[in-house]
Design a protein around this ligand. Sequence first.
Ligand code: LLP
Length: 421
Amino acid sequence: MDHFTYRAGVLCAEEVPLSLIAADVGTPVYVYSTATLTRHFKVFQEALSWTDHLICYAVKANSNIAVLKLLGDLGAGMDVVSIGEYARARAAGVPGERIVFSGVGKTREEMRLALEGGIRQFNVESEPELLALSEVATSLNLRAPVALRVNPDVDAKTHEKIATGKSENKFGIPIARAREVYAGAAALSGIEICGIDMHIGSQLTDLDPYRQAYAKMATLTRALRDDGHDIRRLDMGGGLGIPYRRDNNAPPLPIEYGQVIREAVGDLGCEIDIEPGRNIAGNSGVLLSSVIYVKRGGDRDFLILDAAMNDLIRPAMYGAHHDLVPVIEAAPGADRAAYDVVGPVCETGDIFEKGAALPPLGPGQLVAFRSAGAYGAVMASEYNTRPLIPEVLVHGDQFAVIRPRPSLEEILAREALPEWL
Ligand code: LLP
């Protein structure tokens, strides 16, 4: 459920008409809903209310500091994958003891800064990383709290570019080697083992892969305890999918996911951490855009928008679908036209949807891509020297710009000429 609905024929974010935001801030622009972000976070809290838990929001999904502060104030922890994301979480007021550091390639500098700043846990993905972390922690007279990310070799049945739990993927330690690597970790002076971590992929629409992975996690927990390790926290990763189309094929709900976790590991007495990103932020945001031209092609009409692949890359990168809706509601039974919806970037791949059925639209009219709150703004680039687009947060009948549109002067001023030119 989200809070983007038509009111008096105009698509609104909570109580604010998107046309008002477009007039005030310009398009393209990302618009997020406080009520939806809050609701999605609370649904996960409820799903894990049967146990001690921490919901570590995956910052990579939407890392705007205002979004992080909103979630942090509700009690969220954060899952970060770079010291940049760590700095964002801290700037949003989230204490180090609620921040988990994931990622296959943490540098020693990142480790040092996180250890000095305070950290809940490092999710370590390899033996060389373990050795580096131990050395950095020892040099600071600290012990780094560690969960090893274990690769369970299960098929998450999602897009190949976002599946992470098969043995061919770069992520985690092969589960068959886990006991040996834990034994090595326990012998390192700078490491304090606190748990196990897994993350098998993103946009999962089936709970079975979770069941398989978490069953392996339960078995491993018992084995590691037998080996004498203090396994007290299980990080189950993120990845629960969201409905990108408004049809009847909705993915499982967080409450059902919580039950899967409970059935698999509920009897182990561990604290449970999860790392949802998309499920919290995805349907909490839209990308609002204007039609620039309608162009008649040889055999089709093109709807040329002011948003492009550099603003929302998911369709070009993964063939992803984002429902596109007009901001002014079409009358029931109104005519529909078929458009290829494209952006202005000079690439054939700059296409959002082929043959989209929309009410007839003309220049200046507003449209919104739904489900754009996760992996939208964070994956944007300035390709074609198109400025990163602004972000707006709505709260009831108020809205605020939480990242302004940079001017061309600001963009150009970041560069420098060498003295010989
Ligand atoms: N934890 C770890 C270790 C992750 O790698 C990820 C996502 C998450 C949590 C959060 O997963 P979520 O709950 O958001 O599915 N850019 C792609 C998605 C990449 C996901 C990468 N890792 C997309 O637009 O679909």
